[in-house]
Design a protein around this ligand. Structure first.
Ligand code: G3I
Length: 315
């Protein structure tokens, strides 16, 4: 984070889960060092399933603990997230809602969640993963009940609940050009035309070693030309196991490539890794035979990727 700030006032941060920083002291020692990490994202604790388990019943213990952790350590926070089709409580997942019902459910959830941390969050992922890879809208239960109306509702509600936070959409596979990136540019233009307060786009960046898209920089620039900022919000770069020295070297290069792309784009304002250690990475649970995607290994030792990050920020 110190190096990221030196050059262009970027932040460097990490996602984390409560069990990790509460129970694992060696992990906590690294995460709480704000010369290393200037920003924190709750990987799961602010999600709908974690914060509104029953209609109108909110539980903020874990989310509060993440916010407190970051505050204690002088780290800024990203809020993740208001509306996503995953990690939903059963009452939303199994419910049937008319358009006006789903919009008021979204309003109550986003308003209460964002309002609780008013003035304390740098940026909120107001909607997460609303577009498919082919550029069409994802047919979530929110979309099926309201079309795209829930998107505007979520942003207006978040704005009213916290006038200080930057309001983002967030998604994967929009690092390089393609139909999904084009669709996001169109969505952002439409939302802005309608007066919807969108101010940023989160580029998740769950990438694969040796398979980074080309023209990342140009793609990020095209987003910022619409008058929004962008951030790398969930960076990890996975490999097919077993790990080899050449995969580690390529991974280092790939971390440097994406971070220097952000660094070179004026409107790209920070980078978050989706947890900093392989010990707690989500990858092995979701991609059989793949892993080692983070800059610190299973034993909390830095990998070559760590130096790729530094080189990317120094460029
Ligand atoms: O905490 C429970 C534990 O009590 C239980 O025993 C266990 C059994 O499955 O589940 C635990 O919860 C899991 C949670 O991660 C904590 O590890 C959930 O099942 C699991 O679904 C959840 O996965 C998270 C996933 O989002 C879904 O919310 C991952 O950790 C998290 O890394 C992942 O993050 C997403 C971003 O939010 C959005 N972009 C993609 C990214 C990767 O999928």
């Amino acid at each position: 984070n110190t190096i990221a700030k030196q050059h262009r006032k970027l932040y460097f941060g990490s996602a984390t889960n409560n069990v990790e920083f509460v129970n694992d002291t060696a992990y906590r020692d690294i995460l709480q060092n704000n010369r290393m990490f200037g920003q924190i994202t709750a990987a799961n604790s602010m999600k709908w399933g974690s914060t509104e388990p029953f209609p109108g019943v909110f539980t903020f213990d874990d989310a509060d603990q993440v916010v407190q952790f970051a505050k204690t350590n002088g780290q800024i926070l990203r809020g993740h997230n208001c509306v996503w089709h995953n990690h939903l409580p059963d009452w939303v997942l199994n419910g049937t809602f008319t358009e006006s019902e789903i919009l008021s459910v979204v309003q109550r959830h986003c308003g209460t969640l964002v309002g609780r941390y008013r003035g304390q969050i740098y940026s909120w992922d107001v909607v997460n993963e609303v577009i498919n890879d082919d550029g069409t809208f994802r047919e979530t239960l929110f979309f099926n009940s309201s079309g795209t109306k829930y998107i505007a509702t979520a942003f207006h509600t978040a704005r009213a609940a916290d006038p200080f936070a930057k309001l983002y959409a967030n998604d994967f596979n929009i690092e390089g050009p393609g139909p999904k990136s084009t669709a996001y540019r169109n969505l952002i233009k439409d939302l802005k035309k309608e007066g919807v307060p969108i101010q940023g786009l989160g580029i998740q960046s769950h990438l694969v070693v040796g398979e980074l898209p080309v023209n990342i920089k140009e793609n990020l620039e095209a987003f910022t030309k619409l008058g929004i900022e962008v951030a790398i919000t969930e960076l990890d770069i996975r490999m097919t196991l077993p790990e080899t020295p050449s995969l580690l070297a390529q991974q280092k290069k790939d971390y440097e490539t994406i971070i220097s792309a952000c660094n070179e784009v004026k409107g790209c304002i920070g980078v978050t890794v989706w947890d900093f250690t392989d010990k707690y990475s989500w990858i092995p649970r979701s991609f059989a035979g793949e892993g080692n995607a983070c800059p610190w290994d299973d034993n909390l030792q830095i990998k070559p990727a760590y130096f790729g990050i530094i080189d990317g920020f120094r460029k």
